[in-house]
Design a protein around this ligand. Structure first.
Ligand code: NAD
Length: 483
């Protein structure tokens, strides 16, 4: 069960260790076994990483974009070749079942590297005719970017930040979550093997303080955080203090609205994906499932039957459909919400308890008759806990869906094409699905509104968040000075 990296940090193309940093462990949440032991970055390590990134960035930005793209493309290929070993690593670090990590983690990371590899050479500026004179714009790299990751999709998050940053000529210092430190180090090695010059993708480990030190450093031009809203408030404020560009990918409590004309089997399947995939530890999950009252009983019957058949177990067994939660601390938090749901009077349809006493397993849980005021309908639980709320009227359900500080994602199930678009156009969410849920292909911009974040990852939109525009005015005649 050991997956000990050669050292805690990867800086300027080399493994770096500084035992003066506080020690922490990666734990396999299915058994509690220690997978790896690491040290948090000291100020000296942080300085080394930022200096390496700053040194390497100018030469990288000056390279023909097609060359930068070629390196990323090779990295994508290596990720795919090593998908199995990377998936096992991700499973050990997160507890997510291999059935998922084999298709969703390194695989989506490779897609991001491939997409931005191709994008790099297509970036152009504008020419702006001004009569006798003209202007043009240049798309420039920002410089040194800091990426800070959450623990639920460690490899995907590292790739979603590194791929656009590097494609457009930036350097990155990435700090994975202290809960899941391993796959970012694997990515750093793979990028090096693909030909990325030293210093362009550096990984430093540690808790929030390390992230905070990175964000405040004057060498840093941009910060991209994936994490919770409370962390986002601190990191965004700190970036604002330094007038730095910021992308905030934060939490959510997203609505999934199921109308009475929906294909019921598809709607049930989507609601399950929106709550039970990765044991519910997904930011964009549709955790408030609004079901039209006329189909509520049929919906809940089908849902309970399918949820009860989910296979929980050893995440390294490919037959396992749901693994444990990521940590003991998180297990306690999710169980606390389940207790609160029961105490608040929500009706438990299925699940509602821990499984066994070893490992952080929770049953897939569905609460029905949930009302908007209940805590389980308002706060992000980040576990396999679905809340089902009834509705009768379209305008009313839209207002209720929007009555939250969050705005990450939303979904609508209906066979009425007019209604699908009409409802989505009124939902306050950055990412919406009609008759689907939680599909996040790299081609599609992803991100939130309101407290769920600012900026977008993926798609063409990422260009706006990893480059800046320089305007150049070109005088083609004499200077008309009044002096
Ligand atoms: P978290 O906010 O606790 O930590 C996220 C990262 O921020 C970690 O690396 C942590 O060490 C770092 N951090 C903490 N305090 C910091 C500070 N003051 N300065 C700089 N960095 C700091 O979140 P988590 O528990 O790791 O992840 C779960 C949360 O992430 C959920 O709220 C989930 O919705 C959200 N999330 C959002 C997305 C998205 O794309 N919108 C994706 C995945 C997870």
């Amino acid at each position: 069960m050991r997956a000990q990296p050669k050292a805690s940090h990867f800086i300027a193309g080399a493994w770096v260790e500084d035992r003066a940093g506080s020690a922490f462990e990666s734990i396999f949440p299915a058994t509690g076994e220690v997978v790896a032991q690491l040290h948090a970055a000291t100020p000296a390590v942080i300085d080394q990483a930022l200096a390496a990134a700053a040194d390497a960035q100018h030469e990288w930005a000056a390279r023909p974009p097609v060359e930068r793209g070629r390196v990323l493309r090779r990295a994508a290929d290596i990720l795919r070749v090593r998908n199995h070993e990377l998936s096992v690593l991700e499973t050990l670090d997160t507890g997510k079942p291999l059935q998922e990590t084999l298709v969703a983690d390194a695989a989506s990371g490779a897609d991001a590297l491939e997409y931005f590899a191709g994008f790099a050479a297509t970036v152009t500026g504008q020419t702006i005719p001004l009569g006798r004179d003209m202007a043009y714009t240049l798309r420039e790299a920002l410089g040194v970017c800091v990426g800070i990751g959450a623990w639920n999709y460690p490899m995907q998050i590292a790739c979603w930040k590194a791929a656009p940053a590097l494609a457009f000529g930036n350097a990155m210092v990435f700090k994975p979550s202290e809960v899941t430190p391993l796959s970012a180090l694997a990515l750093a090695e793979i990028l090096q093997e693909a030909g990325l010059p030293d210093g362009l993708f550096n990984v430093v480990q540690g808790m929030g303080e390390v992230g905070a030190q990175l964000v405040t450093d004057p060498r840093v031009a941009k910060v991209s955080l994936t994490g919770s809203v409370p962390t986002g408030r601190k990191v965004y404020a700190s970036a604002a203090q330094g007038i730095k560009s910021a992308t905030m990918e934060l939490g959510g409590k997203s609505p999934l609205i199921i109308f009475d004309d929906a294909d019921l089997d598809n709607a049930v399947g989507a609601a399950m994906l929106a709550n039970f995939y990765s044991a519910g530890q997904i930011c964009s999950n549709g955790t408030r499932v609004f079901v039209h009252r006329s189909i509520k009983t049929a919906f809940l019957d089908k849902l309970a039957a399918r949820a009860g058949a989910i296979v929980l177990g050893d995440p390294l067994d490919e037959a396992t459909q749901m693994g444990p939660l990521v940590s003991d601390g998180h297990l306690s938090k999710v169980l606390g919400y389940i207790d609160q749901g029961k105490a608040e009077g929500a009706r438990l349809v299925c699940g509602g308890a821990r499984v066994g006493s070893t490992g952080c397993y929770v049953q897939p849980t569905v609460f029905a008759d949930v009302t908007d005021e209940m805590v389980i309908a308002r706060e992000e639980i980040f576990g396999p806990v679905m809340t089902v709320l009834d509705f009768d009227d379209e305008a009313d359900v839209i207002a209720r869906a929007n009555a939250t500080e969050y705005g990450l994602a939303a979904g609508v199930f209906t066979r009425d094409i007019m209604r699908g678009h009409r409802v989505v156009s009124q939902l306050q969410a950055g990412t919406c699905w009609i008759n689907a849920y939680n599909l996040t292909p790299v081609e599609m911009p992803f991100g939130g509104v309101k407290a769920s974040g600012v900026g977008r990852e993926n798609g063409h939109a990422a260009l706006e968040h990893y480059t800046r525009i320089k305007s150049v005015y070109l005088g083609l005649g004499d200077v008309d000075a009044p002096y």
